[in-house]
Design a protein around this ligand. Structure first.
Ligand code: SF4
Ligand code: SF4
Length: 103
């Protein structure tokens, strides 16, 4: 890959690090939406909570020692794609095009 070719995450600049998505029991989702006024989709809510380790350029400032949850987050996976579509709608096509091919 040439130095001028950006990865999906470099274009995206940390959309997945800006909030917390909670999956809820079906019976609770409506109540959460009513209480907090946020919704990602069916049985999910999103709470804005930018990570303190997300740098201004959109990179993780503790990449080498980031938590396991961050390590196991799959670039190009279902959650990643949903996050990009939700939080980066303008750049989503470009970001998705730069994602690694599914394996
Ligand atoms: S949402 Fe996906 S593309 Fe964007 S920074 Fe996170 S892992 Fe990378
Ligand atoms: S520790 Fe790094 S990878 Fe994990 S949420 Fe924070 S900025 Fe993102």
């Amino acid at each position: 890959m040439g130095a001028d070719v950006k990865t999906a995450c470099q274009i995206c600049r940390g959309a997945c690090c800006e909030s917390i998505v909670l999956r809820l029991p079906a019976t609770d989702a409506g109540a959460w939406l009513a209480l907090h006024g946020v919704s990602v989709g069916q049985h999910q809510v999103e709470i804005p909570a930018p990570c303190r380790k997300l740098s201004a350029c959109g990179a993780c400032s503790i990449h080498a020692t980031r938590p396991d949850h961050c390590r196991t987050y799959v670039v190009g996976g279902a959650d990643c794609r949903a996050t990009v579509a939700r939080r980066r709608p303008t750049d989503a096509a470009q970001i998705i095009a730069a994602m690694p091919r599914a394996n």
